[in-house]
Design a protein around this ligand. Structure first.
Ligand code: GLA
Length: 425
């Protein structure tokens, strides 16, 4: 049971909308419930997750939330407040009927269907429900709106199953990282983006005041206190959304796999006695020293792609050490470097992102900034002294439209908790 004061705002908004969206005057079988999950920022460790590397995300105080009631006929009906649209699908026949159902659904609803499909595949006893979904994670903006929707869907499915399966630590049916994995598979199904586990893991593992250091190969993780009372995490949205981002993303992934194969062959050729090298299966396995030795023999494009990823992994490990001693000035320097690598070597930035980072660079008190998430649009993350936030805002408001013809939105984010659910009393 929850009193409404403890619910995140989007859950309250969804709750308020529910009676109108579903003409809630019919006899339903259960109480009203809400379920939600957060978006994330990533302090550092971009495009490292699918290379079995390291990431350092922070779940933020922006969530996607469902509010609704269970149904007894195995139908899921959703009203999206953000897209102002209904979608519905039957649970019977999942996972087999996924493709057939997907074809007729709006893009946002495919994530919900994808998660229900993965839960069905994992033999979770699902129940139907009617719900409103609402949220304040900007769609497509690099703050993982899709992961927030996926994880919130898993949470809603567990909630409306009425305890037939549960999500949580220890004795729950599904542990947080199992949910993250399942939601990652749902993302692949729903959007075709061959994403890593960064976004879903960050959403599942959020803890107020903490960053999450995750090894994307072993899935070992550690919460690190993000103690920076005189700093703000400023997220600036370029306003740019690129349709082709998914294919460019999948192409980067292939290039990393190709670079891994070539580097393994090079190490084995030059060091036949190196038994470790036989186990090289991702860029994570190449040390910066090996890369310095053999990288120059790679084709130029693959050398730049791999060089960025290997350096970024090292930056994450360094950031973890710096975070442990609250050395934020040094962390800031790594953020600038990360952006330069994403722009010049990994080539996933764009004019608007670069412009925002250049504007940030001029402001004293901005310790570091870089593009956030997959790239090709979306947001930058800026580590800013509180007293410099206003100067940054003014510079962006003045220079960004002049230089790009667009308007940017500026927000401060806080390290917040993971998913949740509640029955409403
Ligand atoms: C997207 C993907 C993540 C990750 C980032 C880049 O957000 O969903 O898995 O690869 O891009 O770090």
């Amino acid at each position: 049971m929850s009193n409404e004061a403890t619910l995140p705002q989007p859950a309250l908004d969804a709750l308020e909308k529910f009676p109108q969206a579903f003409h809630d005057d019919v006899a339903y079988s259960g109480e009203i419930g809400a379920a939600w999950a957060p978006g994330r920022v990533n302090l550092i460790g971009e495009h490292t997750d699918y290379n079995d590397g390291y990431v350092l995300p922070i779940a933020i105080d922006r969530v996607t939330a469902f509010a609704g009631r269970r149904r007894d006929d195995g139908i899921v009906r959703i009203w999206s407040q953000q897209f102002e649209e209904y979608a519905q699908f039957p649970l019977a026949g999942l996972p087999e009927k996924f493709e057939q159902l997907r074809a007729g659904m709006p893009a946002w609803a495919r994530y919900i269907l994808g998660v229900a499909t993965e839960l069905a595949k994992a033999d979770m006893p699902l129940a139907g429900f009617d719900a409103v979904v609402d949220g304040n994670v900007p769609p497509g903006g690099g703050m993982s709106s899709s992961a927030a929707l996926e994880v919130a869907t898993a949470q809603a499915c567990a909630h409306f199953s009425g305890g037939r399966f549960t999500i949580g630590a220890e004795h729950a049916t599904l542990r947080p990282l199992e949910v993250a994995k399942l939601c990652q598979d749902a993302e692949h199904r729903a959007s075709g983006l061959q994403s890593g586990i960064l976004d879903q893991a960050a959403s599942c593992l959020g803890r107020p005041g903490y960053a999450i250091f995750l090894d994307c190969r072993s899935l070992d993780y550690r919460h690190l206190p993000f103690r920076a009372p005189d700093l703000s995490l400023v997220v600036i949205d370029t306003g740019v959304r690129r349709e082709l981002a998914a294919s460019a993303y999948n192409e980067r992934r292939q290039q990393c796999e190709e670079a891994t194969r070539l580097l393994r062959d090079l190490v084995l050729k030059h060091e036949p006695e190196n038994v470790e090298a036989q186990h090289i299966s991702a860029l994570r396995d190449i040390t910066p020293e090996e890369f310095a030795r053999y990288g120059p023999e790679l084709p130029e494009l693959l050398r730049r792609r791999a060089g960025y990823v290997i350096a970024e992994d090292a930056r994450v490990l360094r950031t973890v050490k710096l975070l442990e001693v609250s050395e934020f000035v040094e962390i800031g320097k790594l953020l600038w470097q990360s952006h330069a690598g994403l722009r010049d070597d990994y080539e996933v930035s764009c004019l608007e992102l670069d412009t925002l980072v250049e504007i940030a660079q001029q402001i004293e008190g901005v310790l570091g900034a870089r593009m956030l998430g997959g790239g090709f649009g979306g947001c930058t993350i800026n580590l800013v002294r509180n007293k410099a936030v206003e100067a940054l805002r003014q510079a962006v408001e003045q220079q960004y439209p002049e230089r790009t013809g667009r308007t940017a939105t500026i927000d401060i984010c806080y390290a917040a908790g993971g998913p949740g659910s509640a029955w409403i009393s």
